[in-house]
Design a protein around this ligand. Sequence first.
Ligand SMILES: Nc1ncnc2c1ncn2[C@@H]1O[C@H](COP(=O)(O)OP(=O)(O)OP(=O)(O)O)[C@@H](O)[C@H]1O
Length: 242
Amino acid sequence: MTDAAITVEGLRKRYGDVRAVDGVSLEVVSGEFYGILGPNGAGKTTTLELIEGLREPDEGTVRLLGLPSWPRNPDLLRRIGVQLQSSAFFEKLTAREQIRSFASLYGVSADRADAMLETVGLTGKADVRDTELSGGQAQRLSIACALVHDPELVFLDEPTTGLDPQARRNLWDLLREINGQGRTVVLTTHYMDEAELLCDRVAVMDAGRVLRVGRPRDLIEELGVANLEDVFLRLTGREYRE
Ligand SMILES: Nc1ncnc2c1ncn2[C@@H]1O[C@H](COP(=O)(O)OP(=O)(O)OP(=O)(O)O)[C@@H](O)[C@H]1O
């Protein structure tokens, strides 16, 4: 029996005429580092939001840590970490106040919040308001807020987009460390080098469907190509998405 952290069956979500998620089923094993890949508009973010329980599916079911993610379950929300966009920050707070506010929602100490700020390299910006942080700094703060309560299951939507190479490498180290502690990590990314390096398995999506799931090196071998970027292009084609 596999120890499933996430089980998704027959997930569908439409926005008007757009079938954003069109029958997605997948399973993420406990402790796995799992990537959701796909071109713009493939349905990655919508899939993630449905899995996280932030949106109601039209059809299908999601179980997180054995429990349904919809309707929202407060006990479950304590056990998962979701990286929200920085627009979800509390208004007019400094970086330190921001992460301490998230921490207090979960009953986590201010010391632990400050340590998390240090982990993402933002101690020097602790007294700066979030609106005055650079894009990459705000992103690091949002990741720190998602991790402050030590979640068992972590969801990150394009966590390294817009980060400089230093922040990107440091974040990779942090995510590896979190995963090494036995936590399950699910991320979306457009960086195939990142997915190849970090992910135990990836799901390649397009047009709301999962085209292929596998270990990066197995997919590379199966398709007889050089790297995961080639796998991605082979499966999803080279045309621009609308
Ligand atoms: N709130 C919404 N209302 C209407 N259409 C939406 C909404 N959110 C997403 N869509 C549409 O659903 C489809 C899937 O979008 P989604 O954001 O899930 O894709 P994605 O794979 O995350 O894309 P990207 O890589 O560009 O972030 C797109 O066609 C998008 O235009």
